[in-house]
Design a protein around this ligand. Structure first.
Ligand code: STX
Length: 321
């Protein structure tokens, strides 16, 4: 059940097989790409944030001859348009989009892969459409409950990273620091683009600075770039002030019965500060049939060596399902 970092490395980078844009509403168009083998086992990749978008290296967790990998930029981010749009952008819109992509590609059922917010969306999607899901590979479990939001955005992670936290709260005046989510929401939705960007960069850098066991300046730099930060911060904050549109707030745990029969693996870094291990533990407790792996020397990111290796071990195993 517990592992240290070992060995498995990413597959080589590969070109897309196919990319397309899909109109999912009058307002939103989402960008989809396929990589790997057109005759391989279908798997859909659900990225984090929400608002993180797809990165090319995500393909490299999947053996290119075994998998037909479908990567979706969720509404408002990556190459989906309109950029950073919050209207018609809810968990249930994203769940419906995943079904639209599946139908468009003529796929009957697929494996679902998601980390962090991707794990949230993977759970929501599979509970809504269990007969479309052949297996679940979940990492850095996040269920968007109040205590998880409070831990990372208000008080908790602040005790471990007081230095980065000081930078995060800088755009918010002292009088408004009692409710940082609301204070950020006001600024991230402001008409004033300077104020919006300042808040977005502080928000995104906080997550970049805390995502790895050993802080990675490149990641912090990337999260701080204007374009990435704006979509990431705005979309995350919008989902979080709305509680992810889950009801009750622990809906994903309450509804676990709907997916208990599906083969699943849960991979969690012991020192994950963004999505602390209690959530993975709660999921494991509610769903003991799912393979559960704690990576002892890892934080949150899917690039942590032990997490990377275990994810690849999981994709290799699930390719034979
Ligand atoms: N949000 C965590 C999350 O889903 C609470 C996440 N953190 N970083 C990412 O996603 C990216 C690497 C996708 C930017």
């Amino acid at each position: 059940m517990t592992s240290n970092s070992k060995g498995l490395e990413l597959f080589p980078p590969i070109d897309s097989l196919n990319t397309f844009n899909l109109d999912v509403s009058e307002l939103h168009t989402i960008h989809v790409s396929e990589t790997g083998n057109a005759n391989g086992k279908p798997v859909v990749f659900l990225h984090g944030g929400p608002g993180g978008g797809i990165e090319p290296f995500y393909s490299q967790y999947f053996h290119p001859e075994k998998w037909r990998l479908i990567l979706i930029d969720q509404r408002g981010c990556g190459e989906s348009t309109p950029f950073a749009e919050l209207k018609e952008n809810t968990t249930w819109d994203l769940v419906a989009d995943i079904e639209k992509v599946r139908e468009k590609l003529g796929i009957n059922s697929w494996v679902v892969f998601g980390g962090s917010w991707g794990s949230t969306l993977a759970l929501a999607y599979s509970q809504a459409h269990p007969n479309r899901v052949k297996g679940l590979i979940l990492r850095g479990i996040f269920m968007l409950r109040k205590k998880e939001l409070e831990w990372f955005y208000q008080k908790g992670a602040s005790e471990i990273y007081p230095d980065a936290f000081e930078h995060y709260i800088k755009p918010i005046p002292s009088a408004e620091r009692g409710d940082l989510l609301s204070a950020f929401y006001t600024r991230l939705t402001s008409e004033d683009s300077k104020q919006r960007l300042e808040a977005a960069r502080a928000w995104a850098i906080w997550e970049g600075a805390t995502s790895k066991l050993y802080s990675d300046p490149n990641l912090v730099e990337r999260f701080g770039q204007d374009e990435f930060a704006e979509a990431f911060a705005r979309i995350e904050c919008h989902f979080f002030v709305n509680g992810g549109w889950f009801n009750p707030e622990d809906q994903l745990l309450q509804d676990i019965e709907k997916i208990r029969h599906i083969p699943a693996v849960i991979i969690q870094g012991r020192y994950d500060v963004v999505c602390p291990m209690t959530s993975a533990w709660d999921l494991h407790t509610a769903w003991p049939e799912a393979d559960f792996h704690i990576i002892q020397d890892a934080g949150h990111s899917m690039t942590e060596p032990g997490i990377k290796s275990k994810l690849i071990e999981a994709t290799e195993k699930f390719s034979a399902l």
